[in-house]
Design a protein around this ligand. Structure first.
Ligand code: SF4
Length: 394
C-alpha cells in the first residue's frame, strides 16, 4: 500500500520487513493495554534492534540510566574520557557554551565531534555561516589596510577614503569566495554581497563617529589555533590557561584601546541580537566576552577592561553588549569552569536540555523526539543541581 509497503494481514507478508510492518501497522493506534507483548518478538529478532528498543524504553524510566546520554560510564569509557578533561585538551568558547544548553550536546559535539552532514544545495540566500565568514574576512582586511596607512581610528574626515578602500577589499574578498563557492544563482550572490557592503559601510561610519575614540590595535588575535590564514602577529600558537584549569583556544575579532588606556575585546556578531541586556556569562550560554577577555590578558600580558558583543549589522541593529571584567566576571568564569570540570571528571553529560534547546539542535536525529519531555521526568536532584546553578548565573 502507498506509504505503508506491507499487506494488511501479516500472514500475507512475503519477507521479514513486510511482516514487521504489517504487525506494527495494527499496533500503532491500538490500546496498549490490549496489545501487551504483541511486538515482543522484535527484541529477539535482531541483536541491534533489541538493544535499541531497550535503550528507548529505558529513557522513559524515572531514574538516570546509560540510555540518557553519557551517564555512569564504565571504567573503559571513563578512561577514554581522560584525554578530554579540561586540563588535557583545549576547548573553544562556542563548544563550551553547548554545555549549559545541554550537556549531551556538548558531549556529542566536542568529544565525539559529530557534525551534521553537509548537503550540497543551490544557494537561495547567503547562509549565515558564509555571510559571517566573509564579513569577518573583509573586516580583518580593511582594518589591516587602515592600520598600515596609520589612519586608525577612522575619523569623519577620513571616512570617504576609508569607505572606498572598504569597497575594494570587499570586492577582492567576494571574488575569491565566489571562485571557491561557485554559487548557483548569480543574482542571489550579488544581492548578498550588496547587503554585506551596506552593513560594513554602516559599521565603518559608526566607528568614525565613535564619541569614545576606541582605537583598533589587534585583529584576529588567536590562541591555540594553527590553521588561520588571518591572524594578528601577537597571536599565540598555544592555547591559554584560564583560572580553574581550563585550556582555551579561539580567536578574538578585535581589541581596541581608548584614550584612557583601557582595552576592550570585541566579538562581532552578524545575526540578530540574542544576548540579554545585562549579563556576565548568560547562564553559561554567552561566554565569549568574559573568556576572550581573560584569554587576551594571558596573551598580551595587559589588563582587559571589558568584553563586548557587537551586533554590527542591520539585522542586529548595531547593538552592543558589554561585560566589565571585574571580580564578579572572574568569579563567574571560575564557577563555570568548576562545574564543567566536575561533570567531565564524573562522566556525567546527560541529555538534559534547557527549555526549547532541542527545537533547533543539530543532534535531534541522534536523540530522537520528546527529549525535553523525557528529561523532565528524571530526578533533578542532586545530579542536576550544578547545571541548574549554572543556568541561573547572570
Ligand atoms: S536534541 Fe535535545 S537532548 Fe539531544 S543533544 Fe540536542 S538539546 Fe540535547
Amino acid at each position: 500500500r502507498l506509504s505503508w509497503p506491507a499487506p494488511s494481514n501479516p500472514a500475507d507478508a512475503i519477507d521479514d520487513a513486510e511482516f514487521d510492518l504489517a504487525v506494527l501497522d495494527k499496533l500503532v493506534d491500538a490500546d496498549p493495554q490490549t496489545t501487551i507483548g504483541a511486538a515482543n518478538y522484535l527484541l529477539g529478532a535482531n541483536v541491534h534492534l533489541g538493544r535499541a528498543l531497550r535503550a528507548r524504553a529505558r529513557r522513559w524510566l524515572r531514574r538516570w540510566t546509560s540510555a540518557d546520554g553519557l551517564v555512569d560510564p564504565d571504567a573503559a569509557a571513563l578512561a577514554a574520557l581522560g584525554k578530554h578533561q579540561l586540563s588535557k585538551r583545549s576547548y573553544s568558547p562556542t563548544a563550551l557554551q553547548n554545555f549549559a544548553a545541554c550537556p549531551y550536546r556538548f558531549f556529542l559535539q566536542a568529544v565525539h565531534r559529530l557534525e551534521p552532514r553537509e548537503e550540497p544545495e543551490a544557494i537561495e540566500t547567503l547562509d549565515p555561516l558564509t555571510r559571517g565568514g566573509l564579513f569577518a574576512e573583509v573586516q580583518y582586511e580593511i582594518l589591516s589596510a587602515l592600520r598600515e596607512l596609520d589612519v586608525l581610528p577612522v575619523t569623519p574626515e577620513d571616512l570617504e577614503d576609508a569607505s572606498g578602500l572598504l569597497d575594494e577589499r570587499l570586492d577582492e574578498v567576494a571574488a575569491k569566495w565566489h571562485e571557491d563557492l561557485a554559487p548557483a544563482i548569480e543574482r542571489v550572490w550579488l544581492d548578498g554581497i550588496e547587503g554585506i557592503r551596506a552593513d560594513l559601510r554602516e559599521w565603518l561610519r559608526r566607528a568614525a563617529d565613535d564619541p569614545e575614540h576606541w582605537r583598533p590595535e589587534w585583529f584576529e588575535l588567536g590562541f591555540g589555533l594553527s590553521d588561520r590564514a588571518q591572524a594578528d602577529p601577537h597571536s599565540s600558537a598555544d592555547p591559554v590557561a584560564i583560572d580553574g584549569g581550563l585550556s582555551l583556544r579561539g580567536s578574538i575579532d578585535l581589541l581596541e584601546r581608548d584614550p584612557a588606556g583601557r582595552i576592550r575585546v570585541t566579538d562581532h556578531k552578524t545575526g540578530k541580537v540574542r544576548a540579554e541586556k545585562n549579563f556576565v556569562v548568560g547562564g553559561g550560554k554567552t561566554l565569549q566576552p568574559v573568556l576572550y577577555a581573560l584569554a587576551a590578558e594571558s596573551v598580551l600580558k595587559e589588563k582587559i577592561y571589558a568584553g563586548r558583543l557587537y551586533y554590527c549589522t542591520a539585522a542586529g541593529g548595531y547593538e552592543e553588549r558589554i561585560v566589565e571584567i571585574n571580580d564578579e566576571a572572574r568569579k563567574a568564569s571560575r564557577d563555570f569552569v568548576a562545574i564543567v570540570k566536575e561533570s567531565l571528571e564524573a562522566g556525567f553529560l546527560p541529555a538534559a536540555p534547557d527549555d526549547r534547546e532541542c527545537d533547533w539542535c543539530d543532534y535531534k536525529r541522534v536523540c530522537g523526539p520528546y527529549e525535553e519531555r523525557r528529561s523532565k521526568i528524571k530526578p533533578p536532584k542532586p545530579r542536576l543541581d550544578a547545571l541548574k546553578r549554572l543556568r541561573a548565573m547572570p
